[in-house]
Design a binder for this molecule. Structure first.
Ligand SMILES: Cc1cc2nc3c(=O)[nH]c(=O)nc-3n(C[C@H](O)[C@H](O)[C@H](O)COP(=O)(O)O)c2cc1C
Length: 193
C-alpha cells in the first residue's frame, strides 16, 4: 500500500494498515496481546504469527480474540491451496517482530526460513521492524550485536530495547521497548515507505 509521506508525529492512526505481527518465545510475549489491542484500536488489520516457543508464553486464543483474526503458527498448517508464507508476505504493509528473541534475530541474520515467521520475512519485500527483548548478557553479546548489524544491512529496522527491570530479576538493557514507542515506530515506518 503506497502512502503519502507525512510527519509521523502528526499521524496517529493506522487505518487499513496491514500489520503482520510475529511473536517469539520471550517472557515479554505477555505484552503482545496489549500491542495487538493498541494496533487494532488505531485501525490496523493485525495478523499474528506465533512461533512454537512463543505459544508457550501467550495463547493463540488471546491473540485471535484481540486481533479478531486467525493466528498463524505452523508452516504446514494450511489446509487449502493458499501458501501462507507467500500470501502473508504479500499482504503485509509491515512485518513487526515483538518480542524478537535472540534466536529469531540470529535466524533472520542467517537468512533462515525454518519456521513460518522467518520464512514470511525472507519471502517479503516489505518493511520489517524488529523489537528485541532478552536478558542483558544476551543483548550485549558480540554474536547478537553482529546479528543485529547484519539484519540492519538487509534493511530491517529496530526498535531498541530499553534499560530497566528484566524478567531474570536484574536491571539492565534488553527490556522490550514501551508499546507506545513500538506503535510510533510502526507509524513512522509505514508512513515513510
Ligand atoms: C522462561 C523463559 C524466558 C525466555 N525469555 C527469553 C527472552 O526474553 N528473550 C530471548 O531471546 N529468549 C528467551 N528465552 C529463550 C527462547 O525461548 C529460546 O531461545 C527459543 O528458542 C526462542 O524461539 P523462537 O525465537 O522461535 O520463538 C526464554 C526461555 C525461557 C524458558
Amino acid at each position: 500500500m503506497k502512502r503519502k509521506k507525512s510527519n509521523p508525529d502528526s499521524v496517529s492512526d493506522l487505518r487499513n494498515v496491514r500489520v503482520v505481527l510475529g511473536i517469539c518465545g520471550s517472557i515479554a510475549a505477555y505484552k503482545s496481546p496489549e500491542l495487538v489491542r493498541l494496533l487494532v484500536g488505531r485501525g490496523a488489520e493485525v495478523s499474528c504469527i506465533l512461533t512454537a516457543n512463543g505459544a508457550r508464553f501467550v495463547t493463540p486464543l488471546t491473540l485471535q480474540t484481540l486481533s479478531r483474526a486467525k493466528v498463524y503458527e505452523g508452516m504446514f498448517d494450511s489446509w487449502d491451496w493458499d501458501i501462507e508464507h507467500i500470501s502473508l508476505a504479500q499482504k503485509a504493509d509491515i512485518i513487526v517482530v515483538a518480542p524478537a528473541s535472540a534466536d529469531m534475530i540470529a535466524r533472520l541474520a542467517a537468512g533462515r526460513a525454518d519456521d513460518l515467521l522467518s520464512c514470511v520475512i525472507l519471502a517479503a519485500r516489505k518493511p520489517v521492524l524488529i523489537c528485541p527483548a532478552m536478558n542483558e548478557n544476551m543483548w550485549l553479546h558480540p554474536a547478537t550485536k553482529e546479528n543485529v548489524r547484519r539484519c540492519v544491512s538487509y534493511g530491517y529496522r529496530f526498535t531498541q530495547p530499553q534499560e530497566g527491570e528484566l524478567a531474570c530479576g536484574v536491571n539492565g538493557a534488553g527490556r522490550l521497548a514501551e508499546l507506545e514507542s513500538i506503535v510510533a515506530d510502526i507509524n513512522t515506518t509505514v508512513h515513510s515507505t
